[in-house]
Design a protein. Structure first.
Length: 157
């Protein structure tokens, strides 16, 4: 069976954790002459509220402002990271639950492979914070390649 990738999705939060995944996605897109898709999701849970009830007010910037910031950062990210690709990356900014938006985008755009960075947190931090990458791995219908930063020392479980 020949492995072939036509559409590769790179979710990014623009952090250093994603840098190794960015390198993998770029190389895979070049090797397979695949279309690279880059997605940034503004997490709908980012918004803190000052109170609960009818008088509640959001404490963070409005979603429209966060989406515009995401667009600006995505354009800069793609310009700096993918100048050497034959095909210009497709950029997408979404608002919602990151894992759900990533999986939905992958399904809607016939993505063959999702390439994601992972923090490699310990069990306690993982239980408290959850993991977008883990949710994508468990629920995605396509292959998911996870890339660790290499900064975390290996600890025997």
């Amino acid at each position: 069976m020949a492995i072939r990738f036509s559409n590769i999705l790179l979710p990014t939060d623009f952090s250093q954790v994603g840098e190794p995944a960015t390198c993998y996605a770029r190389e895979l897109a070049q090797t397979f002459d695949a279309q690279l898709h880059c997605i940034h999701v503004v997490d709908d849970a980012y918004q803190a509220w000052s109170a609960i009830g009818p008088e509640s007010l959001p404490m963070g910037p409005p979603p429209e402002e966060m989406l515009e910031l995401g667009r600006t950062r995505m354009e800069k990210f793609c310009t700096e990271a993918f100048t050497d690709l034959k095909k210009k990356p497709i950029m997408h900014i979404a608002y919602g639950r990151p894992f759900a938006e990533i999986i939905g985008y992958a399904r809607a755009n016939n993505v063959d492979l999702i390439v994601m960075g992972t923090h490699g947190r310990g069990a306690i931090a993982h239980m408290l914070l959850g993991s977008t990458t883990e949710k994508v791995v468990r629920k995605s219908q396509c292959a998911v390649l996870t890339i660790r930063t290499g900064d975390e020392p290996f600890t025997m479980p």
